[in-house]
Ligand binder design. Sequence first.
Ligand SMILES: [Zn+2]
Length: 242
Amino acid sequence: MVNKLDLLVITVHPDDAELCCGGTIAKHIALGKKVGIVDLTRGELGTRGSAEIRDEEAEEAARLLGISLRLNLGMRDGFFRNDEAHQLEVIRIIRQFRPEIVISNATVDRHPDHIRAGDLLNDAVFLSGLRKIETHFESVIQEPHRPRLLLQSIQDTYVKPDIVLDVTDYWDTKIAAIRAYKSQFFHEEYEADEPQTYISTPQFLEIVKSRGLEYGKYIGVQYAEGFTCRRIFGVENLFNLK
Ligand SMILES: [Zn+2]
């Protein structure tokens, strides 16, 4: 198993990572970075599909994106908490893979799981750097590690991004990874007698596309993904800004 990641996406439901930042993931892999996804839950409360189906879909999406690692922490969908026990689970993962950059769920959103997961990550990323919080991996004390940057995704609720990233060349990969979740999003091949949801209609994929186009328009490219951040960014050179 990989033991060091450059970028780690830690989000609550399998498919959150693909929807929020599939293009960002694919782009950084193409740049030679090691990228992983950790899903907090198996999305077992989802109206469509099942935990087992979603496991298979997540594996296929991971293959399409080319990530180095995908883990599922098996927390309880809908009922996990931002408390000490859950923070320690996330801290163990951060210290194990020592990413420079972490991407979390949105902390402003209509879905309470997204908000809680985003807050859990915010706390765990900070606490992970405190040496007096002792955690173990395979009976060995872990070194403290605080990623230098935590970015929050933008999900169902519109939020003005603090940063947008050009993912034009990776848009098709992102959409393919999203469509790997045949039980969740509109797909011609998925036939099950299950209710439609907000995300299972063809219109939802159009919304994903229009969000990408909109963020792209801000920086003069075709498609972009947007993020928020609780800290101020620095840049080496003004001419590197788009
Ligand atoms: Zn979600």
